[in-house]
Write a protein that binds this ligand. Structure first.
Ligand code: AMP
Ligand code: TRP
Length: 330
């Protein structure tokens, strides 16, 4: 059976972009793939974060995973920091990835742009090395992510090619990023030419937002000139983004969504329909999330997940150690 692996880092509040680009798609894999979904908590340390916030965010993401339909019987759900093999493989493979290629990563450039050189943590720079380790430890065939993560998966692919060639064997599987057909890049509601991101409260819909707030945010989303609801990201970024959100949450194509609104010539009516759709999805999702948090099952899920994930990861780690010449004793 092929394997699917992905993760979300517990920084900030999860957004509708995280939901559409990543979270909501994970459950689709658990029927046909051996699926590993984790919380990238070590990655959350790459930028300063309050310890209490990190712990709360971590619990939240587990609850979100379960609320989205991930079943711990089918999917291994675990914390990155619970499986030391991630850090160990990271220590080995960092020697096969180069400063030049890491410094070309868009995410690194974006995040470090506003920072003073002397304050950029090494972990932020080396972020894709750990991500490569995450993916390869589980021999993942597919990595479902939003568009902003595809460059990191490409780097993992370059590494696999480099390492396998160097040691003359197919030790690592070649992973492939899979982005959703609709909604791989959800944009900010207030500035639709910019990605919706956890660190920008304006124009973001957070998964924990109250329904009244969600309604307000969508109804005041930036739109464009004209009155037709058509998909044209260049000239109508605001309307195109809302159309994408509607289509993704309805599991239909953009074309089908356009068809639904072809006789709608008032942006206000269209926004109301988008709002209703978002609420139709998020209201029951929030209810489930709260029930899960109250049920107290999170620790048990993580404990089981850590055991299963470690078993798989350690097998691969041992093979890597032997391959590079580390002495593995009985
Ligand atoms: P992160 O918040 O960086 O841990 O991202 C978790 C997942 O959500 C990754 O697969 C991202 O690609 C995805 N993601 C984040 N923001 C967006 C967005 N605005 N649109 C679509 N996917 C996103
Ligand atoms: N870098 C991803 C993000 O910010 C999170 C992540 C860490 C990840 N390791 C991964 C995603 C491995 C997929 C596979 O969204």
């Amino acid at each position: 059976m092929e394997r699917a692996l992905s993760g979300i880092k517990p920084t900030g509040k999860l957004t509708l972009g995280n939901y559409i680009g990543a979270l909501k798609n994970f459950k689709d894999y658990q029927e046909n793939y051996e699926t590993f979904i984790f919380i990238a908590d070590l990655h959350a340390l790459t930028l300063p974060i309050d310890p209490i916030e990190l712990r709360n965010n971590t619990k939240d993401i587990v609850a979100f995973y379960l609320a989205s339909g991930l079943d711990p019987e089918k999917t291994t759900i675990f914390l990155q920091s619970d499986v030391p093999a991630h850090a160990e493989l990271n220590a080995i493979i960092q020697n096969y990835l180069y400063m030049g290629e890491l410094s070309r990563m868009t995410q690194f450039k974006d995040k470090s742009r506003k920072m003073n050189d002397s304050a950029i943590g090494l972990g932020l720079f080396a972020y894709p090395v750990l991500m490569t380790a995450d993916i390869l430890l589980y021999n993942a065939d597919v990595v479902p992510v939003g568009e902003d993560q595809t460059q990191h998966v490409e780097l993992a692919r370059d590494f696999v090619h480099r390492f396998n060639t160097r040691y003359g064997k197919e030790l690592f599987k070649m992973p492939k990023a899979i982005t959703p057909k609709v909604g791989a890049r959800i944009m900010s509601l207030s500035e639709p030419t910019r990605k919706m991101s956890k660190s920008d409260p304006k124009g973001d819909i957070f998964l924990k937002d109250d329904m009244i707030i969600i309604r307000k945010k969508i109804m005041s989303a930036v739109t464009d000139l004209g009155s037709d609801v058509i998909y044209d990201p260049e000239n109508k970024p605001g309307i195109s983004n809302l159309l994408t959100i509607y289509a993704a949450l309805s599991d239909i194509t953009i074309k089908e969504a356009e068809e639904i609104f072809k006789d709608c010539h008032r942006y206000g009516d269209f926004k109301k329909a988008v709002t209703d759709k978002v609420i139709e999805v998020l209201e029951p999702f929030q209810k489930k999330y709260k029930e899960i948090l109250e049920s107290g099952i999170i620790d048990k899920v993580l404990e089981d997940g850590a055991r299963k994930a470690s078993y798989t990861a350690n097998k691969l780690l041992t093979k890597v150690k032997k391959t590079v010449g580390l002495y593995v004793h009985k």
